[in-house]
Design a protein around this ligand. Structure first.
Ligand SMILES: [Zn+2]
Length: 235
């Protein structure tokens, strides 16, 4: 089974679906992680260019902790993620054509910042484009309408899951992967007084309470034609 998770910033997947991705790996799936934006604006002191390099390395480290086969960095600047930019759409389509996923996980269609919402649309549109035979990109057509799951919003705001994944055995690795994003965690602690690891752990605990386990991650399926499936695709 091939799993493709498409997040916006280098740490978004670890926050919302890191436990699920690790669980897929433990069950023998090939997991691929992709971040569209390079996170170059995610710090008030480190300048964009060195920050993008630093954050790429952090996301590689986190991908290794999770056990991902590959981490794709589409290297779009923060605040420039755009569903109507054909270069970005094609880049997303090419990741999908290369990975040939059985399931895609991405952001919810409503979240706290525009780049996240744009990434949701890019995953959706990129998946459609990847299936169009005469649309030429770097890789060959992947003629599948892949089921898509939307992951939790930041801090779970205005997101009611319909599906839960029990990550009680994966919570420690999820937090270890998130901790690889040192530039973000340190920054948020020092300047916003937010303990990001605690926040993410608490949200996973909260989702766990909702479904009767210690820790969980919540999802909603993308319910449009023809992405419905009879298969159980979450681990
Ligand atoms: Zn983000």
């Amino acid at each position: 089974m091939n799993v493709l998770a498409i997040g916006c910033h280098p740490d978004d997947l670890e926050i919302a679906c890191g436990g699920t991705l690790r669980k897929y790996v433990e069950q023998g799936a090939d997991v691929f992680m992709c971040h569209v934006a390079n996170g170059n604006m995610g710090h008030a002191e480190i300048l964009p260019e060195p920050l993008a390099i630093l954050r790429s390395a952090e996301s590689e480290n986190a991908g290794n902790v999770i056990g991902a086969k590959q981490v794709f960095n589409l290297d779009v600047g923060d605040l420039l993620v755009d569903r109507f930019d054909n270069h970005i759409v094609d880049a997303v389509a090419d990741v999908i054509r290369y990975v040939k996923p059985d399931v895609i996980i991405t952001h919810n269609d409503k979240d706290y910042m525009q780049d996240h919402v744009e990434t949701n649309r890019l995953a959706f549109n990129g998946s459609f484009v990847s299936s169009v035979k005469h649309k030429t990109t770097q890789y060959d057509v992947y003629e599948e309408f892949v089921p898509i799951f939307y992951m939790d919003t930041l801090a779970g705001v205005d997101f009611i899951p319909t599906h839960y994944v029990n990550i009680s055995d994966q919570i420690d690795i999820k937090l270890k992967a998130l901790a690889c994003h040192e530039s973000q965690i340190k920054w948020m602690m020092e300047h916003d007084n937010i303990d990001f690891l605690d926040m993410v752990k608490t949200c996973s605990r909260y989702r766990g309470y909702q479904c009767g386990v210690a820790y969980a991650e919540g999802y909603r399926p993308c319910t449009v034609y023809p992405r419905m499936t009879t298969k159980h695709l979450l681990p």
